[in-house]
Design a binder for this molecule. Structure first.
Ligand SMILES: O=C(O)CCC(=O)C(=O)O
Length: 308
């Protein structure tokens, strides 16, 4: 086997072992504790109405006041600009069909770690995907005037056999880094579509359909949705750029789209709680080491409790 591949696997194993050791004193709730733990967190943070919205409509919007994270949005915007300047045009994909995309942002700046650990969005995500949820994708989307808008779709689309289960397998969190208005090309959603269990394949849906609701909200708001929710975006008809941080998550038994379990460094693990390590896939029982199943394999993460 190629030496550099062996090195990558050894590094992964060392990080897994470090996290397994930390988990002895900082465990995540197991399947017997998980439902109570998320219920207590939702109650403590006053998020009941958001949970009801997620259940009934498939999405919810936290106001900047509710999120309450000071200058975080400004610091995220600054970090995204730094990443955009640093990356080559190919890496930045700044001419993408729907605007400019900057992928795989978390290892680029500690400010993204801070965002991932914001308690309120995380509590709602935990409700949807369980305590062992993983980050699937972290992307900045910079949308100027006149680019195409994504068609109405669901994030689960193309990833799971139909019909999708009611329990969310993936979920999305969009941090609005600029104001969202209709003419500014805001996100739009089809409330209750997360219960259809399929994408809008047989009913091509336009953004001006009466079932489609635009999400108009100020910068600093955070939109959380169930991965089965049908959504898209309106065309931007005004000058300037709409800015979004897309954080897309999956349940523990799924392999993340972006390779965080390899790109997360020991320094990132050391400065964050174990919850962060789990998000980066470092409490996963896979892949096995070259010597077979070592590390935290005993802690099965595809448990029967949806909140585990
Ligand atoms: O706001 C947009 O342009 C679309 C966002 C989206 O489709 C997503 O985050 O999955």
């Amino acid at each position: 086997m190629n030496e550099s591949l062996k090195e990558v696997l050894r590094d992964f194993e060392a990080k897994q072992a470090y996290v397994a050791e930390r988990m002895k004193s900082e465990p995540l709730p197991n399947r017997h504790q998980a439902a109570d733990a998320v219920r207590e967190e939702i109650a403590a943070l006053g998020l009941d109405r958001h949970v009801v919205a997620l259940e009934t409509n498939g999405y919810t919007v936290l106001t900047p006041e509710e999120v309450g994270c000071g200058d975080l949005v400004q610091r995220v915007n600054e970090a995204i600009d730094r990443v955009g300047t640093r990356r080559s045009p190919q890496d930045a994909d700044l001419a993408g069909a729907y605007g400019g995309f900057l992928f795989h942002l978390v290892p680029e700046d500690p400010v993204f770690e801070e965002v991932l650990l914001q308690r309120k969005p995380l509590a709602l995500l935990t409700y949807l995907l369980g305590h062992h949820l993983k980050l699937n994708q972290s992307t900045a989307l910079l949308k100027p005037k006149a680019v195409r808008s994504p068609p109405i779709h669901a994030d689960a689309q193309g990833k799971f056999p139909l019909p999708w289960p009611e329990t969310a397998q993936v979920a999305n969190v969009n941090w609005l880094l600029s104001d969202y208005t209709r003419e500014g090309g805001c996100l739009c959603v089809v409330p209750r579509s997360h219960r259809m269990g399929n994408p809008p394949l047989h009913t091509p849906l336009e953004c001006d359909d009466p079932s489609v609701v635009p999400i108009e909200a100020p910068a600093g708001s955070v939109v959380v949705w169930h991965g089965g929710l049908w959504h898209g975006a309106l065309p931007r008809t005004i000058d300037g750029v709409r800015r979004t941080l897309i954080l897309y998550y999956c349940r523990a038994h799924l392999e993340a789209q972006e390779p965080y379990k390899f790109t997360t460094t020991m320094e990132m693990l050391e400065r964050n709680p174990v919850r962060f390590a789990a998000m980066m896939g470092l409490t996963d029982p896979v892949p096995w080491s070259l010597r077979g199943p070592v590390g935290p394999v005993a802690a099965s993460v595809s448990g029967i409790d949806p909140f585990e």
